[in-house]
Design a protein around this ligand. Structure first.
Ligand code: HAM
Length: 452
């Protein structure tokens, strides 16, 4: 609690007042539509898992960021920092009886104790799409297509975002051919992951340093040279003698061809510096960024063919991605692609005089029974105040219950946009089975962004 006696939210956590929740719901709705369009079904898991699920395979960086503690039963537990280990755990139990490939998606809230920086918080929602049980490159391409379609659905095209794709086994083969030993490999991967974020001298230092990669001068130079001209053609040319490089290049070409057939090639670029921080990836990997380079990664994913067996399941190939809501929401706001939030309600009932209040509640009840959204003043308010409340609530129409009209068995319905007024029989307003009052108010409540 602060000195003023008010509680603040924890750093890196967000509140979602209605205008922010509207954007979140807009993003989730697009993600769900696209998932279904590609045949993926939704699942979820628990937000708290056994700590060992993450320490086993996620990699050091994410393990350092865990929210972990002992529960009252002395179990070491952690809030989920990512969904993939939970998915592997769930499928380790169920996958045998399931038809393959398994196409599952989820939108979990995840928790990582991150250093505070733009686009990285301590909680975020992440769209996870995973395809399990199919090892061919067509499934890698299908999964990247889902991610890109998710962005396109929200209005972001190939001029706004790009997918940088690489292949871990290709990079490993190249490094091996350059003289990197298998012991040095993880450290070299770690340094390559930093190429974009650090100056070349610092990268060279890391490659040479005995505490990191520990490479000799000649190998360091060769590796740095690789990233001067990192295109697929130059890689193929330089390593034409190395069979494993040639095989991986051929896989990469198939992948790019399929993405072209699916209509996504304007989004996709081969980029050997993409290695991904998580330890379990085994093949093609990718990250999606905005074209200006202003933001952190929007999405990351790839193939992880051994994770299921590592958590006790059948060995099943798998490929998937996670797309966070934080950077994406910032980008949508910046490009004016976020929905305009406005509350909406079908009717506001204005009572002129206390005598009408009981009737107002009966009309509200009948109309709500018809599926309309209806509100009315809950305190004894002036007519002027009730009209301002109706405007603030975004009422499409106002039903005015004035003593004279009510006595004649009628009410006035005013269309708030046009100002047009008409008289409606109270009998119709109260008989839920008969009425269709006012035109244009038959909107489905669930389709709206706002609402009361
Ligand atoms: P990741 O690269 O750690 O991958 O996260 C994926 C995306 O989640 C990132 O590109 C970013 O948009 C978002 N994200 C990650 N951490 C944060 C954070 N602290 N604050 C805001 N957004 C964040 C994974 O988590 C893999 N499990 C994805 C995956 C699924 N791979 C295969 N299947």
């Amino acid at each position: 609690m602060s000195k003023s006696g008010k509680f603040a939210k924890l750093p890196g956590f967000r509140d979602f007042p209605p205008e922010d929740l509207a954007l979140r719901n807009h993003v989730f709705a697009a993600w769900r539509r696209v998932s279904r369009r590609y045949g993926f079904v939704e699942y979820d898991g628990p937000p708290l898992e056994e700590l060992d699920l993450y320490t086993a395979k996620s990699g050091d960086e994410i393990v350092d960021q865990l929210y972990q503690f002992s529960d009252k039963g002395d179990r070491r537990v952690a809030l989920r920092p990512e969904m993939t280990p939970s998915l592997a755990r769930i499928l380790a139990i169920r996958s045998r009886s399931m038809p393959k490939p398994i196409r599952w998606f989820s939108i979990p809230q995840l928790f990582r104790y991150e250093r505070q920086q733009r686009g990285r918080l301590r909680e975020h929602f992440q769209w996870n799409v995973d395809l399990v049980g199919e090892g061919g490159v067509a499934s890698d391409a299908e999964v990247l297509a889902v991610a890109l379609e998710g962005l396109r659905e929200l209005g972001l095209g190939s001029k706004d975002v790009r997918a940088r794709v690489s292949h871990r086994a290709l990079l490993a083969s190249i490094l091996q051919a350059t003289g990197v030993s298998s012991e040095q490999m993880p450290a070299v991967f770690g340094v390559i992951d930093r190429i974009e974020r650090e100056p070349p001298e610092r990268i060279a230092e890391r490659l040479r340093s005995g505490d990191e990669a520990g490479l000799d001068e000649a190998t360091t130079k060769k590796i740095l040279g690789l990233f001067q001209e990192p295109g697929l053609d130059s890689v193929e040319e330089a390593f034409a003698e190395h069979e494993s490089v040639v095989t991986c290049v051929a896989t990469m070409r198939d992948y790019l061809r399929i993405l072209d057939e699916l209509g996504f090639s304007p989004f996709v670029e081969f980029d050997l510096t993409i290695v991904r921080g998580l330890a379990y990836y085994t093949g093609i990997v990718f990250e999606i960024f905005d074209r200006t380079g202003e933001f952190r990664a929007i999405c990351g994913g790839g193939r992880y063919d051994h994770l299921l067996e590592h958590v006790g399941g059948d060995p099943l190939p798998a490929v998937g991605f996670g797309m966070g809501d934080v950077v994406l929401s910032e980008l949508l706001k910046e490009r004016s692609l976020s929905p305009v939030y406005a509350p909406e309600v079908d009717y506001f009932i204005v009572s002129i005089g206390e005598a009408q209040e009981g009737l107002a509640r009966r009309v509200a009840s009948a109309q709500r029974g018809l599926g309309r959204s209806v509100i009315y003043g809950l305190g004894n308010q002036s007519v002027k105040k009730q009209f301002s409340a109706a405007a603030a609530a975004g009422a499409a129409s106002v039903i005015v219950l004035g003593p004279d009209e009510v006595e004649q068995g009628r009410a006035v319905v005013r269309d708030m946009k046009s100002g047009e007024e008409r008289q409606v029989a109270l009998e119709d307003l109260l008989d839920a089975s008969r009425v269709q009052v006012g035109a244009g108010i038959d909107r489905s409540t669930s389709e709206r962004v706002g609402g009361v």
